[in-house]
Write a protein that binds this ligand. Structure first.
Ligand SMILES: Cc1cc2nc3c(=O)[nH]c(=O)nc-3n(C[C@H](O)[C@H](O)[C@H](O)COP(=O)(O)O)c2cc1C
Length: 316
């Protein structure tokens, strides 16, 4: 499947699963409208911002299935297992449309991005749909999705409280007193979200799994201010460094993936070194916590089924 993020939005629109909302909208009302809507919503005019927002695109199981070209929900897990069994390494390309507009150094300004709040008690606006690629000198590349709460025009937190490979990379960088370079690709096709959301063993390239799901290589382009690639099809790309501060900065609260309100977390700080985007970029606000379940549950099913099989338990 060679569908792009925009191609998927068009398909949703054609199927009557995406509404074009053309009235001016206050950013504080986006989450509530997405919440009340059984369709995805494309907000063309967010008051005070030049960039439109799309949200809710994989909010239902049906739309998660559509994204994967699946006719049944369990087929998503099959697609993922296929990607794991037959990974296709990413293809590196020189650059991409995500470089049409670039802010670097003092020009970096996250407040130019229309980043809505998701839950009423959230501690601040959170980047929720960023596919994060990080590079460790020994272990190489890791990809996952982690939330970033915006704190200053070039500073965010990164929510890595639970054990995952990204947390290990950040811990290792902290112990070596060096920053960890990362790229954050926002507005990627759900296939890349599915691959990134799978907790692959250390050293396994999750974008190769995404390539396996697609049946063709995911294209990655070279970072500019950091030596880490980003997803070439992305709408918006942030580059930055997780600073070696340790888990010392308060972040949150968060509406959690359990659909419960989480507590305050202590997390590292990220300094954003560049923001780049397409000239007509779309900001994808993944509506946490409700929008991550449909696509993420199959990543856990796949892992649990594998663990049970290893323990010789027959799963029905
Ligand atoms: C929309 C979305 C948001 C997520 N946010 C976080 C997060 O803030 N912190 C976290 O630890 N995991 C989060 N996850 C789960 C991780 O992305 C997932 O466990 C991933 O496989 C971890 O990869 P890694 O072990 O390779 O680092 C999120 C997943 C999704 C789909």
């Amino acid at each position: 499947m060679d569908e792009t993020f925009r191609g998927f939005l068009d398909r949703l629109r054609q199927a009557g699963e995406l509404i074009d909302f053309r009235q001016p909208i206050d950013i504080r009302h986006i989450a509530t409208l997405v919440d009340q809507s059984d369709k995805a919503i494309f907000f063309h005019k967010v008051i005070g911002y030049d960039i439109p927002v799309v949200s809710g695109i994989i909010r239902t199981r049906e739309r998660a299935m559509m994204a994967m070209g699946a006719s049944e929900y369990l087929e998503i897990e099959e697609r993922l297992k296929n990607g794991i069994a037959k990974p296709i390494p990413p293809q590196r390309i020189a650059t991409s449309p995500a470089r049409e507009v670039v802010m670097k150094g003092d020009d970096v300004d996250l407040y130019k991005l229309p980043i809505p709040m998701s839950s009423i008690y959230d501690g601040g606006p959170m980047i929720t749909a960023g596919v994060v690629i990080a590079k460790d000198p020994e272990f190489g590349i890791n990809t996952g999705i982690y939330r970033f709460m915006v704190k200053e025009k070039n500073l965010t937190g990164i929510d890595i409280v639970t054990p995952n490979n990204m947390r290990l990379f950040v811990q290792r960088a902290y112990e070596a007193k060096r920053p960890l370079p990362i790229s954050i690709s926002i507005g990627t096709h759900p296939i890349e979200l599915l691959g990134a959301g799978f907790k692959a063993p250390l050293g396994t390239d999750e974008m190769a799994i995404a390539g396996g799901i697609r049946g063709q290589a995911v294209k990655l382009a070279a970072g500019d201010t950091v030596d880490v690639p980003y997803i070439a099809d992305a709408e918006i790309v942030l580059e930055g460094e997780v600073l070696p501060t340790g888990w010392t900065h308060p972040e949150g609260r968060f509406g959690e993936f359990t659909w419960l309100m989480g507590g305050l977390h202590w997390n590292p700080i990220v300094r954003i070194t560049s923001v780049s985007m397409r000239r007509d970029a779309i900001y994808y606000a993944l509506h946490m916590p409700w929008e991550n379940t449909g696509l993420m549950a199959p990543t856990r099913y796949a892992a649990i089924r594998q663990a049970l099989r290893t323990a010789s338990v027959v799963v029905k």
